[in-house]
Design a binder for this molecule. Structure first.
Ligand SMILES: [Zn+2]
Ligand SMILES: [Zn+2]
Length: 385
């Protein structure tokens, strides 16, 4: 569906930008402090509420709300360059792809409403503008949505290590009033990715979210850590998954016939082989990876007041394409490091080299999404909220 293109005046934008900037500075400060001293969070009133799959969740009471502030952190097996490619979104299609990969079955829709600043040669992670997101925060409550200003960019610490940040702040605008059956939520959240001396990346998700509506605070406070239990894996895989989704597709019908085939990955003979949407090679069911992604069409026919689920498509890929996507897509993948003499080509080569490292493949989250997709028509009934 289409959302209004905003044209907010400069003074309003400057106001939102300043709020984002202040939050980014606070979030960077917290991140640098606990990276230096692990006890820092305890001195600031944060309590560890979950330690799972390599990521920790801390929560603390919020002086202005019964919804707690939270901070999630963990180390990802990826690099700043990969994450910069993974999270930078300049178009609505980019945003839908990345939100579908990060929020999985909770993703309903997203759009860019106004673009004010984009990436620069010095900072390929830089962006400022207004976005819209619709999410299913909890399966038994109404869908939530929000209009927010977003600022992202890269900062260096005293040692020259980079932190990529993306901060979001909910704003009220009359141009896009709330839809019926969708509750508007408020949030002030930051996603930070700090380069560690060993080249890996420490992620931090920090901030506050008030879901509004009828969701009790104790439900939300308890559910939040669970929602983020797989963040380490998700951020580690994000760049590869995005490259798969954005790669040109092979038409599966053009290459399919019924005879038994040999799996190109493990050499198993299979009658029910699947064709990889990326390379077209036949793959047995053990060697596939299923990736959910939004259908990239304009949904003119859908009633925006009722439409709660962005139509999703599940595409099958082989593990070889996941580990080493066939080509570099997008122009925003230029290296964040200082420009080398070889210019962009040199950086591109470096990028491909760094992304061919072999990662453990965690496919359980992908296959489990098959079942959750089946309750596709779970429209909100009255009484939820
Ligand atoms: Zn196989
Ligand atoms: Zn493939």
């Amino acid at each position: 569906m289409e959302y209004p293109h905003l044209d907010l005046p400069p003074n309003e934008l400057a106001h939102f930008r300043q709020i984002n900037e202040e939050f980014a500075n606070k979030a960077l400060d917290v991140t640098y402090n606990y990276l230096r001293d692990q006890h820092y969070l305890r001195t600031k009133g944060y309590k560890l509420t979950q330690d799972k799959n390599g990521s920790q969740t801390y929560q603390r009471t919020c002086p202005k709300s019964s919804f707690e502030e939270y901070l999630m952190t963990g180390v990802c097996e990826t690099t700043i360059e990969e994450l910069s490619y993974g999270i930078y979104t300049a178009t609505t299609q980019d945003l839908r792809t990345v939100f579908a990969l990060t929020f999985k079955e909770d993703f309903l829709d997203a759009a860019i409403l106004q673009t004010c600043e984009t990436q620069t040669e010095e900072d390929p992670g830089h962006w400022f503008g207004i976005k819209y997101a619709r999410l299913q925060l909890h399966s038994i409550f109404h869908a939530r949505d929000t209009v927010f200003s977003e600022l992202s960019g890269t900062r260096k610490d005293a040692k020259g290590l980079r932190t990529l940040f993306q901060v979001r702040h909910t704003i009220d605008i009359p141009q896009l009033p709330p839809f019926p059956h969708i509750v508007r939520f408020d949030h002030d959240m930051g996603w930070l990715f700090s380069e560690l001396p060993d080249g890996r990346v420490q992620f931090t998700i920090i901030g506050h979210l008030d879901p509004h509506g009828k969701m009790p605070a104790w439900v939300f406070n308890k559910m939040t850590p669970k929602k983020h239990a797989s963040s380490c894996t998700m951020f580690s895989e994000l760049m590869r998954l995005r490259r798969l989704v954005e790669a040109p597709r092979v038409d599966a019908h053009a290459v399919s016939d019924d005879s038994p085939k040999r799996c190109t990955m493990c050499t198993h003979i299979t009658k029910h082989g699947k064709y990889c949407r990326c390379c077209g090679q036949i793959t047995c069911k053990k060697c596939i990876l299923i990736v959910s992604q939004p259908i990239q069409v304009t949904l003119d026919r859908v009633d925006p007041t009722k439409h709660l689920k962005h139509p999703m498509d599940e595409a099958i890929y082989c593990k070889a394409c996941f580990k080493s996507p066939p080509r570099l897509i997008g122009s925003h993948s230029i290296s964040l490091s200082k420009k080398s003499e070889g210019g962009e080509l040199e950086n591109t080569r470096k990028f491909i080299k760094s992304s061919s490292t072999d990662y453990a493949l965690v496919s359980s989250s992908h296959s489990s999404s098959t079942t959750s997709r089946q309750n596709h028509s779970s429209f909100a009934s009255s009484g939820r909220g």
